[in-house]
Design a protein around this ligand. Structure first.
Ligand code: F6P
Length: 326
């Protein structure tokens, strides 16, 4: 088997804090192993347009602690088509690039897998998304930072909620996954969490709020995952307001601020480990796999095993959240 000589990296899908640390790790480890390394700007869309630049060891200086992705990102419709992927492949071929590292979520991995199938380019996925919605890794890059940001925001909301004896509904990201919401619920002592994975009826929520009120809670926070089947924070707040008048009710949607900010120490290290592992995997002949870390050990699983599969919610954390919110 021909050894990989030229490695390219791109970031794809929603940006996540720690992506820069992953870029740096891939670039530095490629150079350490005496391979050429190329950066692709703008995700798959940029690859289709040929936005590729050769990187050197200093090209990734001082990006380790920066939020977002210096390579920029996109969600490319064109890459879903064979013609789009053909254009992308032509650019790689012209430069003799034989391997591609993709930092992103499951949509990005689906694209990488198809790209490999179409043209034989070696591909490795690094899980980078704040949602933590991928199986085959305990954590995705960005999740820790995003949940720290959410915790900080809810702590601040709590100060004002307490001062006015108010009930706050806080909507967090996660698409159809409740990981961010559940972790935020426990970290902030929220009274309830509304998850996509376990539908909570409004009556049930009101019952929880009633008990809290009877137990002398002066203010309360309910964390609502954006994929909650009963609606987002605004809808849930309206429904509760109509039937339960004890509290003055407010809602806040945290939105994209959850994706910004300097990556936490945890995310920097996770991304560094995964970036080095991705390059070493390519040099070891691995291909079409995702790098994961499970129980502190690097694991490689086929890319397709992380595509379109819902990462089940942590039932133990859910149990704990219910015990502690009384
Ligand atoms: O996948 C990351 C994420 O932030 C989700 O939590 C959210 O649903 C989505 O991306 C938002 O996407 P966009 O930035 O394209 O609006």
């Amino acid at each position: 088997m021909k050894e990989v000589q030229k490695i390219a990296i791109l970031t794809s899908g929603g940006d996540a804090p720690g992506m820069n640390a992953a870029i740096r790790a891939v670039v530095r480890s490629s150079i350490y192993y005496k391979k050429e390394v190329y950066a692709i700007y703008g995700g798959y869309a940029g690859l289709i347009e040929g936005k590729i630049k050769k990187f050197h060891v200093r090209s990734v200086s001082k990006i380790l602690g920066k939020g977002g992705t210096v390579l920029k990102s996109s969600r490319s419709e064109e890459f879903r088509t064979y013609e789009g992927r053909q254009k992308a492949y032509n650019h790689l071929k012209k430069l003799g690039i034989d391997a591609l590292v993709v930092v992103g979520g499951d949509g990005s991995f689906a694209g990488a897998h198809q790209f490999h199938k179409d043209f034989g380019v070696k591909v490795i996925g690094i899980p980078g998304t704040i949602d933590n919605d991928l199986p085959n890794t305990d954590f995705t890059i960005g999740y820790d930072t995003a949940t720290n940001t959410v915790t900080e925001c809810i702590d601040k909301l709590r100060d004002t909620a307490n001062s006015h004896n108010r009930l706050f509904f806080v909507e967090v990201m996660g698409r159809d996954s409740g990981y961010i919401a559940l972790r935020a619920c426990i970290a902030t002592g929220a009274i309830a969490v509304m998850l996509p994975e376990e539908k909570m009826e409004i009556d049930e929520l009101i019952q929880v709020l009633r008990i809290g009120y009877q137990n002398k809670k002066t203010s309360s926070v309910v964390v609502v995952a954006e994929g909650n089947p009963n609606g987002g924070a605004y809808e849930v707040a309206q429904k509760v307001k109509e039937r339960y008048k004890e509290y003055d009710t407010k809602y806040t949607v945290l939105g994209h601020l959850q994706r910004g900010g300097a990556p936490s120490c945890f995310d920097r290290i996770l991304a560094s480990q995964m970036g080095v592992a991705a390059v070493e995997a390519l040099l070891d002949g691995k291909n079409d796999v995702m790098v994961g870390i499970i129980n502190n050990k690097i694991k490689f699983t086929p890319l397709v095993d992380s595509v379109g599969i819902h990462n089940p919610i942590d039932e133990e954390l859910l149990r704990i959240s219910k015990i502690l919110s009384i």
